[in-house]
Structure formats: structure tokens, C-alpha cells
Ligand binder design. Structure first.
Ligand code: ZN
Length: 203
């Protein structure tokens, strides 16, 4: 199992971090040890003083594929949920400045909480999937899949030209605006459409 993450996929988020608009999807990966499953807390790591949440739709790959054409991409994912792409923003800033890889800022243990999956065709509105996150019971991020620069099919097709996708792989599809810091004691709750799919605390 592998976790693939798309960066810079919503205009308003690119603006808030002052990044350039990508001409192609940008992706990076997290190892299996980054997974944080429901009913577990997130332990604030000691190597960062600025852990940010990024709330994202997460696809689950349902069959193996490589060099998938965009028009066939819907056959390769069947379920979706919401996850957090935890980011050590202080470390990421240094990596970007030096032109280094992002792993220490993105791939650390428990940096990928992933909620309970739902079948995409069972959603109320699969063409415009709403999602969001409440931090301590207040909305801090709300997004809709139609705001993505690169849609699910483009992402699956693009990634599969470089990396063979396998059943059970996860793809984080980028965060909308509103990213921010978490602190010890915070409660994070993830929503897919109107349903809570995961909540956990920062310890
Ligand atoms: Zn992200």
C-alpha cells in the first residue's frame, strides 16, 4: 500500500501559500507508516513547532493499473473519504528554500489520518463532492471537488504514468484554502458531504 498526495490543486490555497500555479499535477508520497486510522490520536511530533492540517478528499484505488488513459480512470477508484495531509510547515519552508525533497515535512509517522471510506456512486452528489473539517467544533476548511485544478481522472492518469497503482493505494487530492496550525488538545473532525467520517485528538 502506498499513499500518493497531490500538491497545489486548489487556486485559493495556492494563493494563501504564495505558490506558483502548476501546469501539471504535482505529487509526492507518504509511506504506510504515515497512516493514522480512525480511533487513534495524533501525537504532536517533537521535530516541528508548526504542524499544519490540510483537509483533502482521498481516493481508494480498486484495481492495478499503469499508464491509465483519463477516460478509463473511473474504473480504477471506487471509494472516497476525507483525510488530513499533516505538514510540518516550518520544515517544509526550509526544504523549499534549499530545493530539498519534502519527506521530513510530509512523510512522518501518523501524518496521514484517513477517515472511513464511502462508495463514490452512493454519494448524494458525486459530481460535486463537498467536504470539510471542524477544528474544536468550528468549521475551518470547506471545499468542493469541482474547485480542483486537476480532477480525479487527470490525477489518476497522470500518477499512473510514473508509478503503477495497486488495489488499496490511497490518493490525497489536494487541500482547499484555510490550512492552519494544530495544537495539543485540539479535536479534528472530518466531514464527507454531511457525514462525519473520522474525529481524533492531538496529544
Ligand atoms: Zn496536501
Amino acid at each position: 500500500m502506498k499513499i500518493i498526495c497531490i500538491g497545489r490543486n486548489y487556486l485559493a490555497h495556492i494563493a494563501e501559500l504564495d505558490h506558483d500555479l502548476p501546469s501539471e499535477p504535482l505529487f509526492f508520497m507518504k509511506p504506510a507508516s504515515a497512516l493514522l486510522l480512525p480511533h487513534n490520536p495524533f501525537f504532536y511530533p517533537d521535530f516541528s513547532k508548526e504542524i499544519h492540517y490540510e483537509t483533502e478528499l482521498v481516493l481508494r484505488i480498486c484495481k492495478p493499473g499503469r499508464s491509465i488513459e483519463e477516460r478509463f480512470a473511473p474504473n480504477y477508484y471506487d471509494a472516497i473519504t476525507v483525510g488530513i495531509d499533516f505538514t510540518a510547515r516550518d520544515l517544509q519552508r526550509k526544504c523549499i528554500e534549499k530545493g530539498h525533497p519534502w519527506e521530513i515535512a510530509k512523510a512522518f509517522d501518523s501524518s496521514a489520518p484517513i477517515g472511513e471510506f464511502r462508495k463514490i456512486n452512493a454519494l448524494k452528489n458525486p459530481e460535486a463532492i463537498r467536504f470539510g473539517m471542524k477544528l474544536n467544533d468550528q468549521w475551518v476548511q470547506q471545499g468542493v471537488s469541482t474547485d480542483m485544478i486537476f480532477n480525479f481522472n487527470r490525477i489518476v492518469s497522470y500518477v499512473s504514468h510514473f508509478v503503477t497503482l495497486k488495489e488499496g493505494d490511497y490518493i490525497f487530492t489536494g487541500t482547499p484554502q484555510g490550512v492552519g496550525e494544530v495544537h495539543v488538545g485540539d479535536k479534528l473532525e472530518l466531514f464527507l458531504e454531511d457525514e462525519s467520517v473520522f474525529w481524533f485528538r492531538v496529544k
